[in-house]
Design a protein around this ligand. Structure first.
Ligand SMILES: *Cc1c(COP(=O)(O)O)cnc(C)c1O
Length: 361
């Protein structure tokens, strides 16, 4: 086997054990004599898988009873539109915390559907820090507050989740779900496309509380309503069955590692290995994000010039690393150290960075 160190931002690394288990069951699923991908989504096997996976997510997150788990298609970007379609009724305003490009995309999309405005933003700082969200002024006509808990492209992550009281808080957790403990109950809804921390692309997990479900706009197409997915347990139409199955394997793997608390511990260690090299490098590696706003999942930095950054990427690839080039809008370098990226990969990267500096500093 010749698997390399995968630091891709998404789709991203999956645990080797999970891939191997998926491989073993690929052709014949259980005792059913066929692949899961050949089965009707109305079969008992798929119904069971779907329910088990939803329950597992509830258990791993330790969610209270009043939350529902939905599996939907279309990726996180579809949720940008669906949150607005479901909750921006006449006279109501969606208020957006802008902390990076994905949060801005969510906001721009909502504006095509209804009233949306900016509650707090760090755009004027080029997303190099997070906007303050401790004291938010929320007007009574606020349908919801939307925030992105981890900014995948820029490499920042909220430590503090605001308290929005009676006003629903909606979170895009695509790039940090299952990576750390968080008070989920501050959110009326959160969603995560699978391809960073949950599984392969193709499915988005949506967690929504009953009281917010009651606010759903009933005048939109059936297939776009959250209530449809709740009523049909996410089997209103054909779901991305194989992606859901892979999520199940990932969730079981997270449980075996010791759950979210154990993942968090590892993630602090992993990110620390790389940030330590950045901070000890003088100005050779320069973190893009201010320290208090740094992300454990996406570690971003720049170097003296683009020439050197390019050489870093090229050499890293020759040394068995993949996915370290920064996002095309930000430039520089980015190491995405999601749950499935092993400590060994981060150690190897830290060593490579030190060595690269010795040769080029
Ligand atoms: C990757 C990502 C998205 C986009 O996800 P798609 O499934 O490609 O639409 C949105 N938000 C965040 C925070 C992301 O990391």
């Amino acid at each position: 086997m010749n698997r390399i160190y995968n630091f891709n931002p998404g789709p991203a690394a999956l645990p080797l054990e999970v891939l191997q288990q998926g491989q073993q069951e690929f052709v014949e699923y259980g005792k059913y004599g066929m692949s899961l991908m050949e089965m009707s989504h109305r079969s008992k096997a798929v119904e069971l898988l779907n329910e088990e996976t939803q329950e597992l997510l509830v258990n791993v997150l330790d969610l209270p009873n009043e939350y529902r788990v939905l599996f939907m298609g279309g990726g996180a970007s579809t949720q940008f539109a669906l949150t607005a379609m479901n909750f921006l009724k006449d006279g109501k305003v969606g208020r957006y915390v802008l902390s990076g490009s994905f949060s801005e995309k969510a906001y721009v999309e909502a504006q095509t559907i209804g009233d949306a405005n900016v509650l707090a933003s760090s755009k004027e700082h080029n997303w190099s820090r997070l906007p303050h969200v401790k004291t938010l002024m929320l007007e009574g006509n606020t349908a919801y507050v939307h925030m992105t808990t981890n900014n995948t492209i820029e490499g920042s992550q909220f430590q503090e989740i605001p308290n929005t009281g009676q006003i629903p808080l909606v979170g895009d957790m695509t790039s940090d779900i299952l990576s750390r403990r968080l008070d989920w109950t501050k959110f009326s809804m959160f969603y995560a496309a699978a391809q960073k921390n949950l599984g392969p692309a193709g499915v988005t997990a949506v967690v929504i509380r009953d009281d917010l479900l009651k606010e759903c706009n009933e005048c939109i197409p059936t297939v776009f309503k959250y209530s449809t997915y709740v009523q049909h347990k996410s089997l209103y139409n054909t779901p991305p069955v194989h992606s859901i199955y892979m999520i199940k394997l990932v969730l079981q793997w997270v449980m075996r590692q010791g759950g979210i608390a154990a993942m968090e511990k590892l993630n602090v260690w992993k990110a620390g290995l790389i940030y330590d090299v950045i901070d000890a490098s003088g100005d050779f590696y320069k973190g893009i994000v201010e320290k208090p706003s740094r992300s454990m999942m996406n570690i971003t930095w720049r170097m003296k010039d683009e020439e050197l950054e390019k050489r870093f990427v090229q050499e890293s690839e020759r040394n068995g690393f993949d996915g370290l080039a920064g996002h095309r809008n930000v430039g520089g370098l980015r190491a995405s150290a999601y749950n499935a990226v092993p400590v060994e990969a981060c150690k190897a990267l830290a060593e490579f960075m030190i060595d690269f500096q010795k040769r080029n500093g």
